[in-house]
Ligand binder design. Sequence first.
Ligand code: AMP
Ligand code: GLY
Length: 424
Amino acid sequence: MKIMVVGGGGREHAIIKKLKENKNAEKIYALPGNGGIAADAECVSIKAADIPAIVDFAKTNGIDYAVVAPDDPLVLGCVDELEKEGIPCFGPKANAAIIEGSKVFSKNLMKKYGIPTAEYAVFSDAEEAVKYVETAPVPTVIKADGLALGKGVIIAQTREEAKEAIKEIMQDKKFGKSGDNIVIEEFLTGPEVSVLSFTDGETVVPMISSMDHKRALDGDKGLNTGGMGTIAPNPYYTEEVAEECMQKIFLPTIKAMKQEGREFRGCLYFGLMITPDGPKVIEYNCRFGDPETQVVLPLLESDLLEIMQAVTNGTLKETQVNFSKKSACCVILASKGYPVSYQSGFELTLPECDENSEIFVAGAKKDGDKLLSAGGRVLGVTATADTLEEAVKRAYALSDKVGFENGFCRRDIGARALAIGGNK
Ligand code: AMP
Ligand code: GLY
């Protein structure tokens, strides 16, 4: 079977390594992949959002199955175009990917179907939005409607900050057309949990829960990033919380999408906050999370390709999806200065991994035999173990062996989870 994975970060590396465990995966292409992924797949220099080139490549190379991992090609209809050519895909069509592509859509969906989320109001007019925040409680949360490279959410501590955010998004067009509409939302509190799920539109199977660490610096300080590390499972996600999420959030969301004629097939990511009033949805993503995937998939005991194909074929109900009882920790090594400005081109030397560890390459390019850093987030060092404490220790021990002169990492990935007792 010839498989094509669209995307080129650490998440895609983790997906590719897992797909390779299936003997039928005789050839895997990554579009565009990266210098590190090249060890596990043939990288083809086609950008993940260049849908005509992706479709053309799939047709000329006899691709049997496609996995579309990043948000932009999904929202732009990559799966629709590939399916028109008869190529089976893992990932939602554009009319379902809108659950991430438009926050106005997802908030209105939750309201219509009674799915717990923060109170909100939608604005297409900056003056009205400003008038609204003059009396709204602070902190308040301002969100650009569309995709904004993960930067479209501003938590305003004061009304002045809120007004400034409205101006930047709606008038200065900091995120382009994504800011034509905004959502202003109630500020919620509580620990956050990421739950990725497989769904074929009827059945939803949550994967093991995880916790992201979004801020750049230790102690949750510094700027928001794409994610500086993850652990799984998330100790705040107890069996009781899981059951409540299933009944009040997961099943109602899948049903709602179906009822709207927007059946979701693929990985639906629930970004949750466990508030004093129970779990609420902070955001939906129409894809695997990054770097959540780098801790979730190493704990998957079942065959990823079989599960993905069951999602595509609508047979998820009959498919085994088992996770190990172990824990995992992924430490991200980023370029100094990330997420603001950083330099690339530093040599990376990767230590040997054992059966309990893996290094996923997020941003690197090859230069002859050498591997050079290329991007903000560069490597994801993952270790698994019987306890979270041990997984964290192993992930740091391995990341300390990486040669990367310009790299830095947070030293406290997993600390919050361990403080409440980890998973044991
Ligand atoms: P996002 O870019 O959608 O992942 O949001 C970034 C972060 O903003 C989330 O992980 C939360 O920590 C925070 N956030 C988003 N919405 C809210 C909210 N309504 N209340 C409190 N924090 C929020
Ligand atoms: N780690 C957060 C995301 O993938 O959106």
